[in-house]
Design a protein around this ligand. Structure first.
Ligand code: CS2
Length: 469
């Protein structure tokens, strides 16, 4: 038996159910990138808000790339379960917030229609760092968007779909939208707004002005560890819930969402599920990106090089753990300024405990994906801040060296949109030139991130040591 609206009554008794009438809800949210993270995070908060009485916040999911998620969710009427694994007893909950899933490349008109619908107020995004189509220095990379910039072309990026959807809204005299980025970028709302503005200025300057006037792009900090689900997990979930769930997600009990309180129109009361609405999220974002994600990436490249598969294994290694603690507390923590807005030691201790969770095996290889898109906000920004203040960053440099060896691609395939370019750099620059080719004054990241000559020398020593080993 497979999970569906019709089969809800047959779920095992321990599974928590949505506390509202799903069929009575209109869709108020369009979400791009309806992967496991969204299902374990924003969809849960939205479910909480509807259970508390908020109405018409159903989610229309949109996939920008493959149809896999639609194939998992459409036969299940959008339903899926979220299982929490930690030290306490496992908890499984049925989430009803997602009403349907559109595969945007297959049915672009349906995605545009969802954006143009009168009931839609919010568009949210978990399209990963590369979904924003930026150059290494963070500008909109128009070369990636050429095909859709031609007049009348079918949209393919978030920008193309938003441009089409917003144009319909403007023409129909509808209200603007709140665009909520839930990706791990520093000041993600400001970044999205700036990039979309550049795009709209290029295709329709009148629409760009309308967007600036009528829409809002709050920044948000999102946090929940959500490893990719395996076949063995699905098997175990089927036993727990009493039927198959092809869209099931597994996560930790912890979740956090800090949202800049700046909306263009109505929103669900996500605070009912514990979200924090604040006037400025920048410190929360910086702390999370540099301490959690920065440590994650360091564990990924250093841990894989030492032969580990999972985060909980790597963090237990007696040589890695002190390095990660130093990266989190002193280097990431130190970059947050004299008033970091949180207790750095307590936050680091909480993160270490989350990483050590043996009930939630989290693959290092999953975190190692797309490093070129992740390291600027996780490592390069805190590194620049620390170096400018004269603070050494040995742990960050060790992690950076491990990433550099990773992208050489000798040990395992490199899953990164810049993989070919990075491999070509290694080819042409070689071991003695790669540090300069990446981080020197003319390096790949140079428009925004250069690493001082002293630190480049330290980095070179690390690379030499790793290449010799
Ligand atoms: C991880 C994140 O894969 C990665 O890059 O660092 O997905 C991380 O698990 C989440 O941001 C936690 O909130």
């Amino acid at each position: 038996m497979r999970l569906s609206q019709e089969n809800i009554a047959a779920l095992n008794a321990g599974v928590e159910r949505p506390g509202y009438d799903r069929a009575a809800q209109a869709c108020g949210i369009v979400h791009f990138g309806i992967g496991a993270f969204h299902r374990a995070h924003q969809a849960v908060y939205t479910d909480d808000a509807m259970a508390a009485g908020d109405r018409d916040w159903g989610i229309t999911g949109a996939s920008l790339r493959s149809g896999d998620v639609a194939d998992q969710m459409e036969p299940q009427d959008g339903l899926f379960t979220v299982s929490e694994r930690g030290s306490g007893s496992p908890r499984t909950r049925l989430i009803g917030a997602v009403q349907r899933v559109i595969v945007a490349p297959r049915d672009p008109a349906a995605a545009v229609a969802a954006l143009a619908s009168n009931s839609t107020h919010i568009v949210s995004f978990t399209v990963t760092e590369k979904g924003y189509c930026r150059t290494p220095a963070g500008q909109l990379d128009l070369s990636l968007l050429e095909p859709e910039l031609v007049k009348g072309a079918t949209p393919s990026s978030i920008y193309g779909f938003l441009a089409a959807g917003l144009a319909h809204r403007r023409a129909a005299g509808l209200a603007g939208l709140t665009l909520v980025s839930c990706d791990n970028l520093a000041e993600n709302g400001t970044v999205l707004s700036g990039l979309l503005n550049t795009y709209l200025d290029r295709v329709d300057p009148g629409l760009a002005a309308w967007f600036r006037r009528e829409c809002a792009c709050p920044s948000t900090m999102v946090d929940r560890i959500v490893p990719a689900v395996t076949d063995a997990d699905r098997q175990q979930i089927a036993e727990t819930i009493g039927m198959d769930d092809a869209a099931a997600v597994i996560t930790e009990p912890f979740r956090q969402w800090v949202i800049e309180d700046r909306f263009a129109g109505p929103r669900p009361r996500w605070e009912v599920g514990g979200a924090q609405l604040v006037s400025d999220v920048r410190q929360h974002e910086a702390a999370k990106l540099r301490m959690l994600n920065g440590a994650h990436s360091a564990l990924a490249y250093l841990g894989l090089a030492q032969g580990y598969d999972f985060v909980h294994q790597a963090i237990a290694d007696p040589t890695l753990r002190p390095l990660i603690e130093r990266l989190m507390r002193d280097e990431a923590g130190g970059s947050l300024g004299s008033d970091p807005g949180l207790d750095v030691d307590a936050y680091a201790a909480q993160l270490l405990a989350r990483f050590a969770n043996p009930a939630l095996p989290h693959r290092l290889a999953q975190i190692a994906i797309d490093g070129s898109q992740k390291i600027p906000q996780r490592w390069l920004e805190p590194l620049a801040i620390n170096l400018a203040a004269g603070r050494a960053c040995p742990a960050t440099l060790k992690a950076l060296a491990a990433w550099m060896l990773h992208i050489r691609g000798d040990a395992r395939p490199v899953d990164d949109p810049m993989a070919a370019q990075l491999a070509a750099l290694w080819q042409s620059a070689g071991t003695n030139g790669i540090v300069t080719a990446l981080f020197g004054e003319q390096g790949l990241f140079a428009d925004r991130w250069t690493v001082s000559a002293d630190s480049r020398a330290l980095l070179q020593a690390e690379v030499d040591q790793r290449t010799a080993a």
